[in-house]
Design a protein around this ligand. Structure first.
Ligand SMILES: O=C(O)CCC(=O)C(=O)O
Ligand SMILES: [Fe+2]
Length: 272
């Protein structure tokens, strides 16, 4: 099987808008098994009968083969690594099952980034990651049907904010100027890839009668934890193929060989 790849247009879209929805990534049998596992999880610990809107389950991926498979089976994880670089991402330890139960008449006033604290704390920066991978588990073909809301381009505005004012201001609601939001529309089996710094929020579910279901994975580059502050200011730190677009079509091992050769050549020149 030839692995799917992101087109140049999709990579450009991610770079400029901070997210891309890749249609029909998850194979039908993998999707069906994940859906069956969500049924079990919800049946074992159902939301209150009057519950509306978001209802989440956070589960360790090591215990959830059927839920991690949509990400780890080809090609989803490889598509994420096309943005970040082959071999650079860690499998996430946790999966979020995200329900949005109708009727939920809600329109978010603004976005958040995934930070534990709503205000800056002055504590060392924690909880950041490289990218969010979302697997749509239900069709969301119309707006206000439990869709995720995103504020396109805010990955760059947030980074500019942290550069200008300092990464110690990391929190869920940095005060930036906002563009018009968009609602993600797609089908079960689509893969959303979103930059950590993209502003987003849960939306309402008042134009569908179906509970919205999605899986979310928070994925980090292997060395992400060593440079959280820098990453908040330099959004492409974990994204070598976007940082250096010319390198993208050559496999990593070739680039490493060329890189080490380059160094050897340079030292040769110096001693000559
Ligand atoms: O449920 C959603 O679509 C969004 C949830 C979210 O943004 C979060 O849990 O951080
Ligand atoms: Fe979030």
């Amino acid at each position: 099987m030839v692995d799917r790849v992101l087109s140049d247009g999709q990579i450009k879209e991610f770079a400029e808008r901070g997210f891309v929805l890749v249609p029909q990534v998850v194979q039908d049998d993998v999707l069906a098994q994940a859906a069956g596992r969500i049924d079990e999880i919800v049946a074992a610990d159902p939301p209150a009968t009057d519950k509306r809107g978001n209802h989440f389950y956070f589960l360790p991926t090591k215990d959830e083969p059927a839920l991690r498979a949509p990400l780890t089976r080809r090609p989803a994880f490889g598509l994420a690594e096309e943005l970040a670089g082959a071999g650079t991402l860690k499998y996430p330890w946790q999966v979020q099952v995200a329900l949005n139960i109708p009727p939920y008449s809600y329109r978010p006033g603004g976005p958040h980034i995934d930070a534990a604290d709503s205000e800056p704390t002055g504590e060392p920066i924690r909880g950041t990651f490289t990218l969010l991978a979302g697997i749509l588990m239900t069709d969301q073909l119309t707006e206000n049907s439990g869709n995720l809301w995103v504020w396109p381009g805010t990955h760059l505005t947030h980074a500019a904010y942290f550069r200008d004012h300092g990464p110690h201001l990391h929190c869920a609601y940095p005060p930036i100027d906002l563009p018009e939001p968009e609602q993600i529309k797609g089908r079960a089996g689509d893969l959303l890839l979103a930059h950590y710094l993209l502003g987003h929020n849960i939306g309402g579910n008042y134009e569908s009668e179906q509970t919205r279901r999605a899986l979310y994975f928070r994925i980090s580059a292997r060395d992400h934890a060593s440079h959280r502050s820098e990453f908040l200011q330099d959004p492409w730190l974990d994204y070598e193929p976007i940082r250096r677009p010319g390198q993208r079509h050559r496999p990593l091992h070739r680039r490493l060989i060329e890189h080490s050769k380059g160094r050897a050549d340079a030292s040769h020149l110096k001693t000559a």
